[in-house]
Design a protein around this ligand. Structure first.
Ligand SMILES: Nc1ccn([C@@H]2O[C@H](COP(=O)(O)O)[C@@H](O)[C@H]2O)c(=O)n1
Ligand SMILES: O=P(O)(O)OC[C@H](O)CO
Length: 321
């Protein structure tokens, strides 16, 4: 709390260093409403209206430096002859935002289009065809966007060595005939599902080098990944296969303050044993007509403040050090 001129205590009157918009799991498709495997309603046509309202609010805010889309812009039930047009339709809505949009690849994106096509449609600022990248919006901060499907059975041609290795890995971890079924798997082992994936060795090395650089430059780091990295913040079925390996890299350094994710549509929040905040964002797809799930993040030296609309909970994330 701070003392104000009229003597009343007011919280956080300082201007943020910068602010950015967030939205997750739009999963648009021009198909009737449905539900998840577990019976949660999904509103495939309405979700693009949520995105439109997000972009309007982001533009009205006037001071957002950029926005981040946490993946799954089109649903896997989208008829495959409509995949490209549907992805383009959603991207067209994002393009109405008065600033850059940073995208990431989700499993539903990969049910629709190959990763190479998505990387070019999303205009990812990565070199040599990777779907992971980083950028620094102000000297004090760096944002890292991870590719959760780098090592995955999705999105690579079926005869690609990564697809074969990922299928072999899943065979070893999940004995079910349906590799999307967690039946019989216990606790966090329920994450070994085909709709999840992992950060490959090269990407892990890249993450390590970026975190070393950030630490040297005294930058705070925000990690964004379609798949959650913390079991307290998400259902075990939603976790990145090698979340422990990624968090071991993160915890070797002191610079990562917050990890954001999508994928687990109900959303979640936890602070891990090392003080890193994990915020899983509520999905646009599961907003009943007229409701919303998007927000913006105000970034300060010592904290992040997520201001959510409606179904997206607001969260104050104060750093340890
Ligand atoms: N508990 C579960 C959850 C999912 N599955 C399988 O995954 C597919 C996709 O699930 P959604 O939640 O996105 O609908 C679903 O069709 C099932 O094959 C499962 O087996 N058990
Ligand atoms: O977005 P989906 O359809 O892959 O669903 C993901 C699950 O909610 C993860 O538990």
């Amino acid at each position: 709390m701070m003392a104000s001129a009229n003597g009343l205590a007011t919280a956080h009157t300082k201007e943020p260093l910068f602010s950015f918009g967030v939205i997750a799991d739009v999963q648009y498709a021009d198909i009737p409403d449905g539900h998840s495997f577990l019976g949660v309603p999904r509103f495939y046509r309405h979700s693009i209206l949520v995105l439109q309202r997000a972009v309007n609010q982001w533009n009205d805010h006037k001071k957002l430096k950029f926005s981040i889309n946490f993946g799954d812009i089109v649903d896997g039930f989208c008829p495959k002859d409509k995949s490209l047009a549907s992805v383009q339709k959603v991207l067209h809505e994002f393009e109405k935002f008065n600033g850059p949009i940073y995208h990431m690849i989700g499993n539903h994106c990969l049910y629709n289009l190959p990763r190479s096509k998505l990387i070019s449609l999303f205009k990812m600022p990565s070199s040599d065809g990777h779907a992971y990248y980083d950028f620094s919006p102000t000297p004090e901060y760096r944002i890292i966007v991870l590719d959760a499907y780098d090592f995955s059975a999705l999105g690579w041609p079926q005869d690609h060595p990564i697809a074969s290795a990922a299928m072999k890995f899943l065979q070893e971890k999940n004995p079910n005939a349906d590799k999307n079924s967690p039946n019989g798997l216990v606790g966090v082992a329920r994450r070994y599902l085909m709709f999840n994936g992992a950060i490959g060795k090269e990407q892990l090395d890249w993450l390590e080098s970026i975190l070393q650089e950030s630490e040297k430059s005294k930058q705070n780091v925000i990690i964004c990944c379609h798949l959650p990295l913390n079991p307290e913040a998400a259902a075990p079925e939603a976790l990145l296969w090698n979340y422990e390996e990624v968090m071991a890299v993160v915890h070797r350094h002191n610079c990562v303050k917050v990890c954001f994710a999508g994928h687990d549509h109900k959303g979640g929040y936890a602070i891990d044993s090392r003080g890193v905040h994990h915020r899983v964002l509520e999905a646009a797809l599961e907003c009943p007509p007229g409701s919303n799930a998007f927000g913006h993040v105000d970034v300060y030296h010592d904290r992040l403040s997520l201001i959510g609309s409606d179904r997206m909970a607001s969260t104050e994330m104060i750093f340890n050090s």
